[in-house]
Design a protein around this ligand. Structure first.
Ligand SMILES: Nc1nc2c(c(=O)[nH]1)N=C([C@H](O)[C@@H](O)CO)CN2
Length: 119
């Protein structure tokens, strides 16, 4: 299956379970792979036939900037649902990294895979 991807999308967000984390914004990094048949836009060479990665990125940035969740799990789930619902994506893999959250680790976070119509 083909994919459209967004890699290393960095967005500052209010996220975390500790008191200090409710007062500052922290960088999050998203890697998103979205299943999409590349042959359709390749046949027409028309942006209207693509899954437009710029449009998806702009929507994710706006959502994450306005969010205030405690856990990265919650945010990852909501962003995945948003992409599946609003962009008609059938399946995706989303990695949400929180760099600097754990001393000694480059990043910590979650990786989820979700499909449209799944529980
Ligand atoms: N599985 C998770 N573990 C932790 C989370 C989280 O969102 N999911 N969050 C924290 C703190 O907010 C941490 O990032 C602060 O450094 C701890 N563990």
């Amino acid at each position: 299956m083909d994919h459209v991807f967004i890699e290393g999308l960095e967005i500052d967000a209010l996220i975390g379970i500790y008191d200090w984390e409710r007062r500052v914004r922290q960088p999050l990094v998203f890697d998103i792979e979205m299943a999409f048949d590349n042959r359709v836009p390749a046949a027409t060479d028309d942006i209207a036939d693509t899954l437009n990665y710029k449009a998806v990125s702009k929507r994710v940035i706006a959502y994450v900037k306005a969010s205030e969740f405690g856990l990265v799990e919650t945010l990852a789930e909501r962003v995945a649902a948003l992409i599946l619902d609003e962009f008609g994506v059938q399946r995706l893999r989303l990695k949400l990294g929180k760099p600097g959250a754990v001393r000694g680790a480059r990043a910590v976070g979650v990786v989820i895979e979700r499909s449209r119509g799944e529980g």
